[in-house]
Design a protein around this ligand. Structure first.
Ligand code: NDP
Length: 495
């Protein structure tokens, strides 16, 4: 069993490393199918302890009322500590999720950058003195909710954990983080790094455990004042309903079925590289994966031919091999789900242009591998074009003109991202504004910046993360009126 720097059987409950009271969890390396860490997950009692200790810590440690530059100093220290531990974090995350080391290294450094950015944003955050409309001074103030629940999926744990924990802590809250049972280890490692970097005890809890039990208890807890969730749309809807009952704000970052659009004037080499990266990097396990590839009918045959031959050349292997481009999926269970979706599409008439199967033998034995797959011959109405696959599967679809393209691209429940490949900047702008998506990439794909807000349209989400305003989404707004006049209010004055 591979040694991980995580302690024997512990989770992080309100500043204390304790054995979880919930179900046992086995962390499995998807490249081999071997268990590399066993521990007990959290229980509902652990949620209770994490929330109450977190609330007390936010109040008693002075975190809530610390001056912005004081909280920022701790966030910067966490960012530096993550960067200094990046190799260790990367190794744990590759073992836990199967991702390539290059990707997990980038995710660790992105998490470090998120803490540093939020430190800078906090120190420079301004309140407004609003225009006065009477003999008074009016101003805004923003205050923390107290305890924030952060629920994250398995596909990019350290980055999505940081995307929630950094701004929520910056805002003066305590954070109760629930990572996915499929990839819990790096979140526990993040807790160790935060602790060593000087985050006051109790402000962060990491509670791996079933979403239906532990996640649900976090969302329902009366002291949790806000929940930020990243995951599937069905789960997001369920959390949104519970939040409505509590009148609690939620941020929901949900699924996608993003169109990538290739016009006849596109730079073919750049478009091919971008389409391949957009769908097959992270083995397609990305909310913004460019899974519907729309190609203008005049270049469809040539472009798809090149796409297929380049897809066949992608190197499939373990995430620890530096030459690997397409690593295993997160679990055998998820890989089998992807395989079933492709089989169903074929039954409904899809043609497999490449891939469409599980590689066997040698390094693939025991691993959760699936070959990068290109499908054709279905219309945009087919289930394979409507449902999120979350695997290395692209569907190619021809389009006739801009109106036809915009109609097809927008004819989907999701609205997360879009890619446009053209040399015509006017057309790029027209299409970018016409497509219903929170992020549009023009002649590039899947580039992210913590300084740029991220949100989903339609069933892809609610609310915005990242950017300078990201901290304020973890704060309540309050308005202050200061009387500047010399007299009692006239209605009851002078009696
Ligand atoms: P899920 O929705 O299944 O799970 C996400 C998290 O929610 C997990 O920690 C899960 O716990 C937890 N959870 C499940 N049920 C509940 C519940 N009833 N109450 C509270 N928490 C619950 O998504 P996946 O983990 O399968 O992640 C993949 C999805 O995430 C895809 O749809 C993808 O598009 C989306 N995603 C969106 C992103 C965005 O920014 N828009 C970014 C990345 C991913 P557990 O599974 O451990 O039981």
């Amino acid at each position: 069993m591979r040694k991980v720097p995580l302690g024997a059987d512990e989770i992080f409950v309100g500043g204390r490393w304790e054995r979880g009271g919930g179900e046992p969890i086995e962390a499995v390396d998807p490249a081999t199918g071997r268990v590399f860490h066993r521990f007990h997950g959290a229980s509902v009692d652990d949620v209770e302890n994490a929330v109450t200790r977190g609330r007390a810590a936010a109040d008693d440690s002075g975190w809530r009322d610390a001056l912005p530059h004081e909280r920022a100093a701790v966030l910067r220290a966490i960012g530096d500590a993550i960067a200094a531990t990046a190799e260790e974090i990367s190794a744990v995350q590759t073992t836990d999720t199967g991702k390539t080391l290059a990707e997990t290294r980038a995710l660790a450094l992105s998490a470090a950058g998120t803490f540093r950015f939020m430190a800078a944003a906090l120190e420079t955050m301004e309140e407004a003195v609003t225009p006065s409309r009477g003999p008074y001074l009016t101003m805004t103030a923003h205050e923390p909710y107290g305890v924030v629940g952060a629920i994250t999926p398995w596909n990019s744990p350290i980055a999505s954990d940081a995307q929630k924990a950094a701004p929520a802590l910056a805002a003066g809250n305590a954070v109760v983080l629930k990572p996915s049972v499929w990839a819990p280890c790096v979140s526990l490692l993040l807790a160790r790094v935060c602790e060593r970097a000087g985050l006051p005890a109790g402000l962060l809890s990491v509670l791996p455990g079933s979403g239906r039990v532990v996640g649900d208890a976090i969302v329902r807890h009366p002291l949790v004042g806000k929940v930020s969730f990243t995951g599937g749309t069905a789960t997001g809807r369920a959390i949104g309903r519970l939040a409505a009952d509590k009148i609690m704000p939620v941020t929901l970052e949900l699924g996608g079925k993003s169109p990538t659009i290739v016009f006849p004037d596109a730079d073919v080499e750049r478009a091919i590289a971008g389409v391949l990266f957009g769908i097959f990097s992270s083995t397609g396990q990305s909310c913004v994966a460019g899974s519907r590839v729309f190609v203008h009918e005049s270049v469809y045959q040539d472009f798809v031919g090149t796409l297929v031959s380049r897809t066949r050349r992608l190197r499939v292997g373990p995430g620890t091999d530096p030459s690997t481009q397409v690593a295993p999926l997160v679990t055998g269970e998820h890989r089998d789900r992807v395989a079933r979706m492709v089989e169903a599409a074929v039954t409904e008439g899809a043609r497999v242009l490449c891939g469409g199967s599980i590689p066997l033998g040698g390094v693939y034995d025991g691993g959760a591998y699936y070959l990068p797959t290109v499908l054709a011959g279905v219309s945009n109405d087919a289930p394979i074009c409507r449902e999120e696959i979350f695997g290395p599967v692209a569907v190619v679809l021809p389009f006739a003109d801009e109106a036809d393209l915009v109609r097809q691209a927008n004819d989907n429940d999701y609205g997360l991202a879009c890619g446009i490949w053209t040399r015509d900047y006017r057309r790029a702008y027209r299409i970018a504004r016409a497509i219903d998506a929170g992020t549009v990439w023009i002649n590039t794909y899947k580039q992210f910046s913590i300084s740029t807000p991220f949100s989903g349209h339609k069933a892809s989400g609610l609310g915005t993360e990242k950017g300078r305003e990201g901290i304020k989404s973890y704060m309540r707004q309050k308005s202050l009126y200061w009387d500047l006049g010399d007299h009692p209010l006239p209605w009851a004055g002078g009696q």
